[in-house]
Design a protein around this ligand. Structure first.
Ligand SMILES: [Zn+2]
Length: 470
């Protein structure tokens, strides 16, 4: 009898991201999220006869920049092709994409998981144009099936789209999500795309199959298209693995097909459409010359590459561990931590402060030094610390205004409050003496209250323990 652990998931991802250009891929229509329907169109993106495309140079630069970040080979000669199919959101009857000669060739992205680092090969990254948006009206589901009528908004038609195709190197839902988050962070930091899944500026097609551990080659895969939520991508992968393992073990045939994930049932069902033979009759786009990115352009973009998130996470991980390093970069609290480290805090303390007390708020550079001084002081009241953290992102601060508020750590000054609390809470004292150490926290809290929060909790803790030692 075999079990889930005998099987290995095989996952590949195709990520689409809208490029952050001012205009569309092959015309000068401006890209504007939320513009009135069909207000951003022209003869080129509406495919009027005789209209000719001109490739967007900025889109090409952004694609090369991402390709370099993924260690891809940048093609010396790249060709646009026509991908022919008929659909109402595609007025030309073909999409201009890249097929045989993509702009960016093989590369890789290394992701860290609980099981160590996993190398995910990148097959290619290429440029294409997005289709228009179809809106199905009426009917119960908002889907094409059962709709009363459908409308097309051509504003999105012709938006530059970057497609990044991974090798089927990913072996768990966790690794898939790590890959997607790291890729997204890289895309956003390079200014390639806003990559906001909820706005549809990033989406992913997920390919999943399973095989017996040690088995060579791949079994038929299921393709789950147009996923726009990390949570659902993770669940869909796990559901696909469960269903495929069950089918293989029951001796059922698992075919290669497109599936839809239903979050309500947590199951995948075969996409209800006719079996499409993917014959797009690709051929080189005759209206566009091949691209030959100049070596100087590639060199300039390479020189302009910042230190990438994966490299920074690896660098921080030495000091604070991978999980915290990953969280620091992915939550956007890294900039504050870098400022505080620059002001002399160690990375561990700076990361803690940035991800907790300052989380989600930007620290002005000028406040880094005084705040670091306040944090380093180590003897301030909790109120003073909290006030400093609150003020640090609101207005210019001076360390002196907080440093005077030192916590009372003088034993003789604290003795009356400690004696008073012990006398006032005989039951809790008895419980503590009976072995329930946790009660000490309550007694410390009472002393803090007695002293108006000005006592040093570590000293109070020690004094209480000394006083109650039998
Ligand atoms: Zn246009």
């Amino acid at each position: 009898m075999s079990s889930m652990s005998d099987w290995e998931p095989v996952i590949g991802l195709e990520v689409h991201a809208h490029l952050k250009t001012r205009t569309k891929m092959f015309c000068r229509c401006e890209l504007e999220y939320g513009a009135p329907e069909n207000a951003r169109t022209c003869p080129v993106c509406l495919a009027h006869p005789g209209a000719l495309p001109v490739a967007n140079g900025k889109a090409i630069e952004l694609t090369i920049a991402l390709g370099l970040a993924l260690g891809c080979e940048i093609a010396e000669r790249s060709v646009f092709a026509r991908k022919n199919y008929f659909y109402p959101d595609l007025p030309k009857g073909y999409q201009i994409s890249q097929y045989e000669a993509p702009l960016c060739g093989p590369g890789e992205l290394v992701v860290q998981t609980a099981g160590g680092s996993e190398r995910v090969g990148i097959v290619r990254a290429h440029l294409e144009e997005d289709a228009a948006k179809t809106v199905h009206a009426g009917g119960a589901t908002g889907r094409s099936v059962g709709a009363d009528y459908s409308l097309v908004d051509f504003n999105r038609g012709g938006t530059p789209l970057l497609e990044i195709v991974s090798e089927p190197d990913i072996r768990s839902a966790e690794a898939a999500l790590r890959y997607l988050r790291l890729l997204r962070q890289t895309i956003v930091e390079l200014g390639v795309s806003d990559a906001e899944m909820e706005k549809g500026t990033m989406r992913a097609d997920v390919n999943v199959s399973v095989r017996k551990r040690g088995e060579e080659g791949y079994r038929p895969r299921w393709e789950i298209k147009n996923m726009n939520s990390f949570t659902f991508i993770g669940r869909a992968i796990e559901a696909a693995v469960r269903q495929q393992v069950a089918a293989h073990e029951a001796g059922e045939e698992v075919g290669q097909s497109t599936y839809d994930y239903d979050p309500d049932t947590d199951r995948l069902t075969a996409h209800r459409s006719k079996e499409e033979a993917d014959d797009y009759r690709y051929f080189p786009e005759p209206d566009l010359v091949p691209m030959a990115p100049p070596a100087e352009l590639v060199a300039r973009l390479r020189a302009a590459q910042p230190e990438l998130p994966a490299a920074r996470i690896a660098r921080y991980a030495d000091a604070i561990g991978f999980e915290r390093a990953d969280e620091l970069v992915m939550t956007g609290n890294e900039a504050n931590a870098v400022l505080l480290v620059g002001a002399g805090l160690d990375l561990d303390t700076a990361a803690t402060v940035s991800m907790n007390q300052l989380a989600g708020r930007a620290l002005p550079a000028g406040n880094a030094a005084p705040l670091a001084e306040v944090v380093r002081a180590g003897n301030l009241t909790r109120e003073a610390l909290n006030a400093a953290f609150a003020a640090a992102t609101e207005r210019p601060i001076d360390a002196a205004e907080f440093l005077a508020q030192t916590a009372v750590s003088d034993e003789s000054a604290l003795a009356p409050a400690i004696d008073g609390v012990i006398a006032a809470h005989p039951d809790q004292v008895a419980t503590y003496l009976g072995g329930k150490e946790g009660v000490l926290g309550f007694l410390v809290g009472q002393v803090m209250r007695e002293t108006g929060g000005k006592a040093d909790p570590a000293v109070v803790n020690r004094l209480l323990r000394d006083r109650l030692r039998t």
